[in-house]
Ligand binder design. Structure first.
Ligand SMILES: Nc1ncnc2c1ncn2[C@@H]1O[C@H](COP(=O)(O)OP(=O)(O)OP(=O)(O)O)[C@@H](O)[C@H]1O
Ligand SMILES: [Mg+2]
Length: 311
């Protein structure tokens, strides 16, 4: 990991998969190391949920005031492992209700991880820190500025020890899939915001994570670019069959993308309601202009407003 020196903390933490093993934990009283894996038959393993979240609670201590801030409280949900078909979870809730805290806990990223109370299991194993089974896409463009697009997309594969030629081929393939063919040798500064988020998508998907965590990934994009990105995300997600958790403040985006929409109360965030929705049948720009879609958006908006009064 020494060769990551000189990079910003934000960029570093995305890639540092070995952090959990390398670092002394800051809250030893909270951290439970995972027990040794139990021997399971392939059938038993396949039947395990992808993610199980039990009574997850996170309380931060404000270092200036010494006061406790309760970010999320008693969050419970299960994501079943559906063969050849992942699930798309979108998350809605007021600013500060703990959506990023929950996402970062699933990612195993400090300081949100570890939780103060509760348990997070991935295929039956407690989350012990970051891992290559989980990939994260942030709102801000988190590419390495001094690396080309090809090098950025290949970076996670390099961390996994994939040989140079193979990782360049895989990266070039993903660059084409996110419709950036021809930009392999460009640098992030030469790309628009939408294009840089495509790089982030390619970089995340190239390592084939089981779980994709997206924190307001299209929040900085205009409506048309956002729709294009939603279409691209659906297209790619159908190829990778991962479980996706996507945080957004855009209710139409949550409705369009989500198989299930999780609605949270204001801080401390509690999971107030889970709404099941059908998969999109048309392109984002067409479907999101229909009266039927507007009706569902209105219904979800009312639920979000109701959750807002759950303080
Ligand atoms: N590192 C931290 N240290 C202390 N408090 C924190 C930390 N990170 C988050 N919090 C607090 O936890 C609460 C939840 O924050 P979080 O960022 O998870 O909310 P959010 O739902 O993602 O908000 P937004 O929609 O604005 O992104 C907030 O009150 C925040 O101040
Ligand atoms: Mg957030």
């Amino acid at each position: 990991m020494r060769w990551l020196g000189g990079l910003s903390d934000h960029v570093r933490r995305i890639f540092i998969q070995e952090a959990a093993e390398e670092k002394e934990h800051e809250h030893p009283e909270q951290f439970q190391p995972p027990p040794p894996p139990k021997k399971l038959t392939p059938e038993e393993y396949a039947a395990l949920p992808v993610v199980e979240c039990r009574h997850l609670t996170k309380i931060f201590r404000d270092p200036r005031t010494g006061k406790d801030v309760s970010a999320i409280s008693d969050i419970n949900f299960t994501i079943e492992d559906i063969p050849r078909k992942g699930e798309f979870i979108t998350m809605l809730g007021a600013s500060g209700c703990g959506k990023s805290t929950l996402l970062n806990n699933i990612a195993g990223l400090e300081p949100h991880f570890p939780p103060t109370k509760g348990e997070l299991l991935i295929k039956g194993q407690p989350v012990g820190g970051p891992g290559p089974d989980r990939g994260m896409v942030f709102q801000s463009y988190s590419s390495f500025p001094c690396y080309t697009i090809l090098e950025n997309v290949a970076f996670g594969l390099k961390l996994q020890g994939v040989a140079e030629k193979e990782r360049e081929d895989i990266a070039a393939d993903w660059i084409k899939k996110v419709k950036l063919g021809g930009f392999e040798k460009a640098y992030p500064r030469e790309l628009s915001g939408g294009m840089r988020q495509r790089v982030a998508l390619a970089r995340t998907l190239a390592v084939k994570p089981r779980i994709i965590l997206m924190d307001e990934p299209f929040g900085a994009l205009d409506r048309l670019t956002r729709w294009e990105m939603q279409d691209l995300l659906i297209e790619l997600w159908e190829k990778v069959e991962a479980t996706v958790f996507l945080v957004t403040h855009d209710i139409p985006e949550a409705v369009y993308l989500g198989d299930r929409v999780f609605i949270f109360s204001p801080r401390p965030g509690r999971l107030i309601e889970i709404v099941k929705l059908p998969r999109p049948t048309e392109k984002a720009a067409e479907m999101q202009r229909t009266a039927k879609f507007a009706e569902i958006v209105n219904e979800i908006s009312r639920k979000v407003e109701a959750a807002d009064s759950h303080a």
